[in-house]
Write a protein that binds this ligand. Structure first.
Ligand SMILES: [Zn+2]
Ligand SMILES: [Zn+2]
Length: 350
């Protein structure tokens, strides 16, 4: 297969800093869209993967799955994209398309495992897929999203992972007006959860371990903010929430949140703590409560989320950086020193 040489930013080893690399993209096939990448968000999973913290990283790795750019070429059979249009790519670039989940717009739960934007087997070129810290990407049009030109493009990039990761469970558990919804944690995910739950019409209660984040939570749209380390403040919300979106990736006390749910309430994890989380049976039994999880969203739902954000004027709060600042950004990410997402200006990759 014909290929095109492009520049990317990645690493050849877990211990090595990221640097400029040369990679190949496949030539545009009949159903493919080629996108010049303008912006790419930095997700925590980029860092975990680059450093092989979840194991199984194939090197060299080029991270990045919050991609926004402009279409530069389309294949002969492409129906929905034209050269010059804005386009986005999120966490997936393909899936089996035949299993029940793929047929029901749940490609993220594909029985074969969806093909992730980076570090998945590349069925076209062999080797593995390379992500969005790069000049361009070639993706089958079925896995490419339309992007509105109404919003700030750099702020749109994080919607492709952080946005859909929080939107999908809020929709699935039917969050809306008249409901009291808890958002736990104010980071890349949590700040999107607050904005989206608020736009869906819910009364939003934000839980944080830090008083210093109270003002920020209110600015993002929180109706109430609770210091989760204060049992008296927590007790005030006992048995009152319809739904809780838990965006925390560190160890924390799930029971103390389950007890804030009403009868039939659900707590859904979107953060990914590495250690098992203990749950007391009575926290679930007394109130028929559910403890659940959710991973990104399907392609159709991702488009729905992008359209919802365009309609409600929602983008991520970001800090725009050049590729040469990515290694420093990873260190700051580890310290939580970011409000709330780094986005790389890919024009800085030469
Ligand atoms: Zn991500
Ligand atoms: Zn499938």
């Amino acid at each position: 297969m014909e290929t095109k040489d492009i520049k990317a930013f990645g690493t050849e080893a877990a211990e090595a800093p990221l640097k400029t690399l040369d990679i190949k993209r496949r030539a545009v096939q009949a159903h493919d869209v080629e996108i010049e990448i303008l912006y790419c968000g930095i997700c925590h999973s980029d860092l975990h993967s680059a450093r092989n913290e979840w194991h199984g990283t194939m090197y060299p790795i080029v991270p990045g799955h919050e991609i926004v750019g402009r279409v530069t070429k389309v294949g002969d059979h492409v129906k929905n994209f034209k050269v010059g249009q804005l386009a986005g790519v999120g966490c997936m670039v393909d899936s089996c398309r035949e299993c029940d989940h793929c047929k029901n717009d749940l490609e993220q739960y594909c029985d074969e495992g969806s093909i992730l934007t980076f570090n998945s087997p590349d069925k076209h070129l062999g080797g593995h897929t390379f992500g969005g810290y790069s000049q361009s990407i070639v993706v089958d049009e079925n896995y490419v999203l339309h992007i509105s030109d109404k919003l700030d493009l750099a702020g749109v990039a994080p919607l492709l992972c952080a946005g859909i990761t929080t939107y999908s469970p809020l929709k699935h558990w039917k969050v809306g007006p008249g409901q009291k919804v808890g958002i736990v944690g104010i980071g890349g995910l949590g700040h999107m959860g607050i904005k989206l739950a608020k736009a869906m019409g819910a009364h939003v209660v934000v839980f944080t371990t830090s008083i210093s984040k109270f003002d920020a939570a209110k600015e993002l749209g929180a109706d109430e903010v609770v210091l989760s380390t204060d049992p008296a403040q927590m007790a005030k919300h006992a048995k009152s929430l319809n739904f809780i979106l838990d965006c925390v990736s560190a160890e924390h006390n799930i029971d103390s949140y389950l007890n804030l749910l009403k009868v039939d309430g659900t707590l859904t994890l979107v953060g990914a703590p590495m250690e098992p989380l203990p749950v007391t049976s009575f926290s679930l039994l007394l109130g028929r409560r559910s403890f659940a999880g959710s991973a990104i969203g399907g392609i159709a739902e991702t488009q729905e989320m992008l359209d919802f954000c365009a309609e409600h004027n929602i983008t991520a709060d970001i800090e725009l950086i050049g590729v040469n600042e990515v290694n420093d950004a990873y260190e700051r990410l580890l310290k939580g020193d970011i409000k709330y997402r780094f986005v790389i200006d890919m024009a800085s990759l030469k």
